[in-house]
Design a protein around this ligand. Structure first.
Ligand code: F6P
Length: 535
């Protein structure tokens, strides 16, 4: 599976971009608005319910053209078609990358090794929907005949961050059981969640693609102990379901295959929210709303495949990302949703983006030739304004900001005063970042000077609905793809998390017994001795 990348064309595309970037150094973004009254129209684009405004980034029509040329010579569209065609573009694991298939509607065709996977996708989706309906209607009950009022999802990484983020994001649509999440192997997490829950009314979902992840397995065993202690071992079957690709391991754990919802190795963990991993969300908002969420993701897939690059949101955001990371040299980007319900969006994106694009070698194993994934971080506005915005405005590093904003506020008329304030604050931040305040405007006080000329994009949507959330997540997934394709890295493996896991396994015995400390490095041995003395 080769994508032709002509090194001389790539070198020339990068060189032209570097020269162009240097040529823009004396230009302020605000002056680009003075020169072009229609800059907002020229540097914004829509897809479905999303509007992307990138006019506050320092780029011109020529920048966009040069970036699009880079994408062309890097083979972005060829790789995109290979992904959708089910080629094994995750070449270190020899796997297809088909998260688009798990949100596709009936009638779609996605092939892996020549076989259409859609019948399996629809089969599992329907099984999940049927189970979610039964729990929500009180037809599927616990061992004592009580309804499930609480659901605990045990998982970590991709088996946690997506469901947690989405369940919180769509809180306005909740009409099912209460959802709780346990991810950390720190026993405090499970203890705090289980405290106050009634075993007879609690359903536990054990979510793990591999069903080997030590944190999840440890939490699942402790949760089973808690449940069996209250209701007896024979009650476990009625209170546990599994979501996994590893049927045998699920059965070995003691959950029958009939209570397992599957997915496939061609779905990456951090791309799996659309699959049975989304069961917590299905339980919270119901299958119909979940189907709207899938439609939002699918609409973005079509947009990504079918729209010209100058109107294509994932391509535009990917190219802006490359501009900021590789030409401007910005090492991080902040994602600031002006939406409290998107409080976990940045945490979710951290795995999506940083586990995908935090890579140091190209697809063929040779060292990368440019910087790759930036640090992604963020918190909701307006809270961030009262915490770290000081550094974003006046610190010595430039941090591009991605603002997310809903046009409509809460329906409750008693809260009518809130939305205009939220909107005004969001727009004020991007305005301040771009315009700044010079010494004269600051009455000669250097402490009050804002250099300005700091880039941001704004993603605007009418209201945070399941459809909009689906669009947003798929947009960010495809942006990761575009950047990875240009950097020529594999966004779909995650070897960088393995070493820590191996060392943790090796350290388990020294931690428990205190033996073998002399064979360890001095710092680790010293810390372990101190821990043993304290515990
Ligand atoms: O941290 C590494 C990782 O493999 C992630 O990629 C994954 O989402 C997470 O662990 C959880 O894995 P699993 O779903 O197999 O338990």
């Amino acid at each position: 599976m080769t994508i032709t990348r002509d090194p001389s064309k790539l070198d020339s595309a990068w060189a032209q971009l570097r020269a162009h970037h240097a040529g823009l150094s004396g230009t302020r973004t605000s002056s680009l608005f003075e020169a072009d009254q229609r800059r907002f129209e020229s540097f914004s684009a829509s897809a479905g319910e999303l509007l992307l405004d990138y006019s506050k980034c320092k780029l011109t029509v020529e920048t966009r053209r040069l970036l699009a040329t880079l994408a062309d010579v890097a083979g972005v569209s060829a790789l995109r078609e290979k992904m959708f065609a089910g080629n094994a573009i995750n070449l270190t694991e020899n796997r297809a990358v088909l998260h688009a298939a798990i949100r596709a509607p009936e009638g779609s065709v996605f092939r892996v090794d020549g076989r259409d996977v859609i019948p399996d996708v629809l089969g599992v989706r329907e099984a999940c929907f049927a189970y979610a309906r039964a729990v929500r209607a009180g037809e599927a009950r616990g061992a004592t005949g009580e309804r499930f009022t609480d659901v605990v999802n045990i998982g970590i990484g991709g088996s946690d961050l997506g469901p947690v983020m989405a369940v919180e994001a769509l809180r306005a649509f909740h009409d099912g059981p209460r959802l709780h999440f346990v991810s950390n192997v720190d026993g405090a997490h499970l203890a705090d969640v289980l405290r106050g829950l009634e075993p007879a009314r609690t359903l536990v979902i054990v979510a793990s693609k591999t069903f080997t992840t030590i944190e999840t397995m440890t939490n699942a065993r402790s949760a089973r102990f808690w449940l069996a202690g209250a209701l007896g071992e024979e009650a476990v079957g009625d209170h546990f379901v599994a979501v996994s690709t590893a049927r045998e391991k699920v059965e070995t754990f003691g959950i029958p295959a009939s209570r397992m919802f599957g997915f496939w190795d061609w779905v990456g963990g951090r791309y799996s929210l659309w699959s049975a991993i989304g069961l917590p969300l299905m339980l919270a908002i119901g299958p119909e709303r979940f189907a709207e969420f899938l439609s939002g993701g699918h609409a973005m897939d079509r947009h990504f495949r079918e729209s010209a690059s100058e109107r294509n949101l994932p391509i535009l955001m990917g190219l802006i990302g490359i501009w900021h990371r590789n030409l401007c040299g910005y090492a991080s980007r902040a994602v600031i949703p002006y939406a409290q319900r998107l409080a976990r969006f940045a945490a979710y994106l951290q795995q999506l983006d940083m586990e995908s694009n935090g890579k140091q070698v190209q697809r063929d194993g040779s060292p990368v030739t440019s910087a790759t994934g930036p640090i992604v971080w963020g918190e909701p506005g307006t809270n961030g304004q009262h915490a770290f915005f000081q550094l974003i405005h006046q610190g010595t590093d430039i941090i591009p900001v991605e603002f997310l904003l809903g046009a409509q506020g809460e329906d409750d008329p008693a809260l009518a005063a809130h939305q205009p304030l939220l909107v005004a604050n969001c727009l004020a931040q991007s305005q301040a970042l771009m315009l700044g305040r010079n010494l004269e405007e600051a009455n000669g006080n250097p402490h009050r000077v804002f250099k300005g000329d700091r880039p941001s994009i704004t993603l605007l949507y009418p209201k945070l609905t399941p459809f909009v959330l689906g669009q947003l997540i798929a947009l960010y997934e495809h942006r990761v793809f575009v950047e990875a394709a240009i950097w020529n890295i594999n966004a779909y493996d995650q070897w960088g998390v393995e070493l820590g896991k191996e060392l943790a396994t090796r350290l388990e015995n020294p931690v428990k017994t205190g033996q073998g400390l002399d064979a360890l490095d001095g710092s680790t041995a010293g810390l372990l001795r101190a821990i043993r003395a304290l515990s």
